[in-house]
Design a protein around this ligand. Structure first.
Ligand SMILES: C[S@@+](CC[C@H](N)C(=O)[O-])C[C@H]1O[C@@H](n2cnc3c(N)ncnc32)[C@H](O)[C@@H]1O
Length: 218
């Protein structure tokens, strides 16, 4: 397991002109942050009710979802197992430190390069564990965006994704949230307690019986 410090090093070049895929997709960050605490991702995680949740984003990828959650107030641990992806993510985050508006957000981020199964299920707990494993591409679905295609080429298909749900439930104090394509079966074929739906996708939410949590408390 490699723990990477994110809030100390600086890179000189301009964040938004960098040609790497990791930085290009971060262009969309400001728009997503502006969507605020009522957007589906934030509601699924519970940030619309409690701002300073700790979240383990156990399938970090380019870190876009994790960065949005951190910008909305969460303390986020990003876990990514593919070295090339983790390295690109680290470079992106270091360059974002030139953006004054994101400085506080970056202080709330931690990146661990490891398989999430070695991080989850141990002594450490988070309020929320967030999972967004790669979903197999089907012929009926439209081609994903370029950033996701690049990620798919680097990271593969995450065929072992079902194995993440049990350790995620063991490590979450409040809930586990799983991002899925709109019509995909639930992870590990386990029905969630409730769903938050967005246009192209949905978030399956598994509750850990915490007072005040749940769809009715929205
Ligand atoms: C669909 S992408 C996540 C995209 C991410 N939510 C974002 O906003 O950029 C899935 C990522 O999870 C990583 N991943 C899948 N299973 C993992 C595991 N067991 N441990 C750590 N990372 C994992 C893959 O390598 C891939 O980079």
């Amino acid at each position: 397991m490699t723990r990477l410090a994110l809030a100390t090093e600086r890179a000189p070049s301009s964040v938004f002109s960098d040609p790497t895929p990791a930085l290009r997709i971060l262009d969309g960050l400001a728009r997503r942050i502006a969507a605020g605490h009522r957007q589906p991702l934030a509601r699924a995680v519970g940030l619309h009710k409690t701002r300073n949740l700790s979240v383990c984003d156990a399938t970090a990828g380019w870190g876009l979802d994790g960065l949005v959650l951190a910008a909305l107030g969460a303390r986020v641990t990003l876990v990514e197992r593919r070295s090339a992806v983790a390295q690109a993510l680290r470079t992106s985050v270091q360059r974002l430190q030139d953006e004054p508006r994101l400085r506080e957000t970056l202080m709330r981020l931690e990146l661990i390069e490891a398989d999430a199964r070695t991080v989850l299920g141990g002594a450490r707990h988070w309020d929320v564990v967030y999972l967004d494993p790669m979903y197999p591409q089907t012929r009926r679905r439209a081609l994903p965006g370029k950033a996701l295609q690049t990620l798919r080429a680097l990271a593969g298909e995450d065929a072992d994704a079902d194995a993440l749900l049990a350790p995620a439930l063991a490590s979450a104090r409040r809930r586990v949230v799983v991002k899925r394509p709109r019509r995909a079966p639930p992870l590990a074929d386990r029905a969630p307690d409730f769903q938050v739906r967005a246009t192209q996708l949905r978030f399956d939410v598994y509750l850990k019986l915490h007072a005040g949590d749940g769809p009715c408390a929205d």
